[in-house]
Design a protein around this ligand. Structure first.
Ligand code: SF4
Length: 570
């Protein structure tokens, strides 16, 4: 049976604990949220010692189920004040699972900057003062040289050390590219504990316990075949998530000029198609990259410059939308370099894109000036006031520069989908337990569901409600969201997934398993937020989305409040 690993940074001690009965069937987001709910006072200062940081692999993680290695990182968010789970790919979750760890709970605060190493012998505490202010790229190289290639690293850059609220937590892929648990400012929570990095080494660890390996093997074969048969997967394999740039631009939902437009005149220059063109011309670039072992899709990429020097790996649609079109930056290399800089400092590109566009609206930087944006973000390293304003999020930026059009919910910026056109996603932004977060339930139109009209003001509540439950369950399994999308269109594949869960855990599950699991997770998270003081009044989009019609479709966000309030009613 897996254990909890509790690490106290104040006393530099650790211990393994048996899983309490009500944690046994949980993993990933379900487990991290339950632990935060049980152990962090809802009114705690997110950057104070009462807050805890939880790292939980999913229920499927470390087994042969494809795309199963997301790590869920939970805490109370300094950006939103809500409960938070941010998950990332990479290799840390699979290694923790193989070490028999259901979740790592980090509590207390180290008196000086420290790193932790977790391996089969337990936990060692490593002085990290020599790593102070080091960017993630140099840090990862250094730790890899010191600890070998069998490790995974979860780390913060200077932004986390500076407690900036857009700070993220980086997680390395098997080949040491950077992935990020991006949202909610969890890097600042790690920084508040004086924790620079967690190194996980699973050398000589056991295989993950599976109750029925034969059934699992058969179910995995059919699940894999089914996922790969879905038309969406071919597009993801070819272009990755940047395939969405032209699709969302055509739908008039690509955030442009701080959400004042839904189409960007230079969308083609930052599109997936253009990215692939560049990748094919440039040495050491790669159209397909896998962020974890066992990924059957490979939606990620590597973009290098003309000489073959890597700019960034994992240039995603969200970055292209928020840093690109939303700031009117129509040069893909500029966006990629800003992405690299954010990775190095440890900053969420979505929150940064939203904040910079707000600053542009105030006239702090010219629209589209990628070089000036780079310099402003770079100045954060030198403690610049303007840089810190932006790196504390879009709400902070709007307040500092006197801008009222701030695209956020509960303090977290929207993602790269305009809610006036994609109204179901707008309902998810409004009601998610984590602030505006598209991964909680992005209601995109799909050829498999031609009846769904994303522009209709009614009927969006039930769509968002279902998706939020479904993805809360997927996040608990540790499954990559892209591998889970085909299951929405092919219900038989959901049965195969449940067969996998049963074969691993030895528990029988009924056909409502995913929705029941997701509902339990959301109930826990919503209860935490209520105890922290949030009410239905906080489940609202900013007023400008219901006042300013989006040019083109000439539509506002007009989902009735009663429908919004019914979404997470339990
Ligand atoms: S599909 Fe993409 S995000 Fe998912 S596991 Fe593969 S590379 Fe990672």
């Amino acid at each position: 049976m897996k254990k909890l690993l509790r690490i106290n940074l104040t006393t530099k001690t650790f211990r393994y604990e048996d899983l309490p009965q009500d944690y046994i069937k949980l993993g990933g987001r379900g487990l991290s949220s339950k632990i935060v709910f049980n152990e962090v006072p809802a009114k705690a200062d997110p950057l104070g010692e009462e807050n805890k940081l939880v790292f939980a692999p999913g229920i499927l993680t470390g087994t042969i189920v494809p795309n199963n290695g997301r790590i869920s990182i939970g805490a109370k968010s300094p950006l939103t004040g809500t409960i938070k789970e941010a998950n990332a790919g990479g290799s840390a979750a699979q290694k923790l699972s193989r070490l028999g760890i259901a979740a790592v709970i980090v509590e207390g605060k180290s008196s000086s900057l420290t790193a932790i190493k977790i391996d089969k012998n337990g936990v060692s505490f490593i002085d990290a003062n020599r790593l102070k202010s080091m960017g993630n790229y140099a840090l990862i190289d250094k730790l890899k040289n010191e600890h070998g290639n069998n490790i995974s690293i979860m780390s913060i850059g200077p932004a986390g050390e500076m407690l900036l609220k857009a700070a993220n937590i980086s997680v390395t892929s098997p080949d040491f590219k950077i992935r990020a648990a991006a949202r909610g400012g969890l890097g600042a929570v790690m920084g508040s504990k004086n924790l620079k990095a967690i190194i996980v080494d699973d050398l000589d660890a056991n295989e993950v316990d599976v109750k029925d390996p034969t059934t699992l093997k058969d179910a995995v074969a059919e699940l894999t075949k089914g996922i790969l048969s879905h038309p969406l997967i071919e597009g993801l394999k070819t272009f990755g998530t940047p395939i969405l740039v032209m699709m969302i631009n055509t739908a008039n939902a690509l955030p442009t000029k701080n959400y004042s437009l839904g189409q960007f005149a230079h969308a083609e220059n930052i599109s997936g198609e253009h990215l692939v063109e560049l990748i094919n011309k440039r040495p050491e670039s790669a159209q397909v990259h896998r962020c974890m072992n066992g990924c059957i899709i490979g939606c990620s990429n590597i973009l290098s410059d003309e000489k073959g020097n890597e700019i960034v790996s994992g240039l995603e649609y969200e970055t292209l939308g928020m840093v690109g079109s939303n700031c009117m930056i129509g040069n893909l290399d500029d966006v990629a370099r800003i992405n690299r800089l954010c990775n190095d400092l440890g900053l969420d590109t979505m929150e940064m894109g939203a904040a910079i566009a707000v600053a542009m609206e105030a006239g702090v930087i010219k629209w589209g000036d990628g070089k000036a944006v780079y310099e402003l973000i770079e100045s954060i390293k030198d403690n610049s006031e303007k840089g810190k304003i932006i790196a504390n999020g879009c709400v902070n930026t709007g307040k500092a520069f006197g801008v009222s059009r701030i695209p956020h919910v509960k303090g977290q910026s929207l993602a790269a989908y305009d809610p006036r056109v994609l109204k179901g996603t707008g309902v998810t932004y409004a009601t998610s337990t984590m602030g505006a977060d598209h991964t909680c339930g992005n209601a995109l139109p799909s050829p498999a569901n031609p009846e769904y009209n994303p522009l209709s003001p009614t009927g969006q509540g039930p769509v968002s409600s279902f998706l939020q439950r479904y993805f809360a369950a997927i996040d608990s399994l540790g499954l990559c969201l892209f591998a889970s999308l085909p299951l929405l269109d092919i219900p038989d594949l959901q049965k195969k997934l449940m067969e996998c869960v049963s074969a691993i855990t030895g528990e029988g599950y009924n056909e409502n398993y995913l929705i029941e699991l997701g509902t339990e997770v959301l109930k826990t998270e919503k209860r935490f937020n209520e105890m922290a003081g949030f009410t239905s009044k906080d489940d609202r989009l900013p007023e400008f989305f219901s006042k300013e019609a989006l040019p083109g479709p000439n539509t506002v966000f007009d989902v009735p409040e009663e429908e919004i309030d019914g979404v997470l009613k339990f």
